[in-house]
Ligand binder design. Structure first.
Ligand code: ZN
Length: 319
């Protein structure tokens, strides 16, 4: 069974209302109609304009418009609900309310000779689609034919995560992960088994930092039992890359379950930065990605003093 990944990215404050990014087709996966769509099928379609409609209802008014964006593992609809009609506004609010449950589908025409009949791993027939001539529409549906279609974000595609399949993630070296649980063994390639011990992948196969996966990891870590272990590593990337400036404040709010005054929040953020600098020193990590290392000794002493002062002023309780 294909894994359904819950990529819950947030709408940035400057995104126009109605913006939506959704996966409508995943590649190399046997779908409910016994089709497998190859990435090659979308080769000529990256950037093609396409309307957004409800449930393949071609007689109804389209609710939005956008472009096809082809990633290594999925085709995305990147566009917006036009919000000019009540029908479109209702569709937008519904998709928002359905969040990760909203599924997507598409109406398309397979090119002549753009497919071949084959036998699937389960012994049943499969149509392997290798060339799509045209995508007529992307639809909001209750249940899509494709596997793993859903709203990725109501936002721009610029910093959208390229989909990483389970196979891709399993092939990544250990250094691509923010935290690896103890107790595993290394396979012939030096990668920890079982793979499930490895958490928060954020470097791609080439070792480069992947900003979209970094953001995703930063967003998920606070809810994870391994978040505390992974956060120092992730936050150092975040500072280095200038992303997630608000993640610290959000983390504080999540952890404390309350709203903070700007002044208190600023002080707590300072406290967390100080704490992370100290944690970074006690838990050295490989610096393969060229991150700055721990601060020098005098700076650490200064940070420790600041932290102690803050700790006295804001007793955080034990956990
Ligand atoms: Zn890293």
């Amino acid at each position: 069974m294909p894994e359904r990944k819950a990529l819950q990215l947030q709408l940035p404050a400057d995104a126009p209302p109605g913006s939506v990014t959704a996966i409508f087709s995943t590649f190399d996966v046997l779908d409910k109609q016994r089709d497998i769509v190859k990435r090659a099928a979308f080769a000529g379609l990256d950037g093609a304009a396409v309307p957004l409609v409800q449930s393949h209802e071609w007689d109804a008014m389209p609710v939005g418009l956008g472009h096809i964006h082809v990633t290594p593992h999925a085709a995305l609809f990147d566009g917006r609900f036009h919000l000019a009609t009540q029908f479109s506004r209702d569709a937008y609010e519904t998709a928002k309310a359905m969040a990760g449950l909203q599924e997507y589908s598409y109406g398309f025409k397979v090119a002549e000779d753009g497919f071949k009949e084959d036998t699937a791993a389960d012994g049943g027939p499969v149509r392997v689609i290798t060339e799509i001539e045209r995508v007529y529409e992307v639809s909001l549906v209750l249940v899509g034919a494709g596997e793993g279609t859903r709203t990725v974000a109501l936002k721009h595609a610029a910093d959208l995560a390229a989909e990483w399949t389970t196979a891709y993630i399993n092939n990544l070296p250990d250094s691509a992960f923010a935290y690896i649980e103890p107790g595993g063994e290394k396979d012939g390639e030096g990668k920890t088994v079982p793979r499930s011990l490895r958490h928060f992948p954020h470097h791609d196969a080439g070792g480069s930092l992947d900003l979209a996966h970094l953001r995703n990891a930063l967003a998920r870590a606070p809810q994870s039992p391994f978040g505390a272990k992974a956060m120092p590593h992730l936050e150092r990337h975040a500072r280095g890359a200038g992303v997630g400036e608000h993640a610290l404040g959000d983390l504080v709010r999540l952890k404390r379950g309350m709203r903070l005054s700007a002044a208190t929040r600023a002080e707590l953020e300072t406290a967390i930065t100080v704490l992370q600098a100290l944690l970074g020193d006690t838990a050295p990590e490989p610096e393969a990605d060229g991150l700055a290392g721990s601060p020098p000794a005098e700076e650490r002493a200064q940070l420790a003093a600041e932290w102690a002062a803050l700790r006295r002023r804001y007793p955080l309780g034990g956990d």
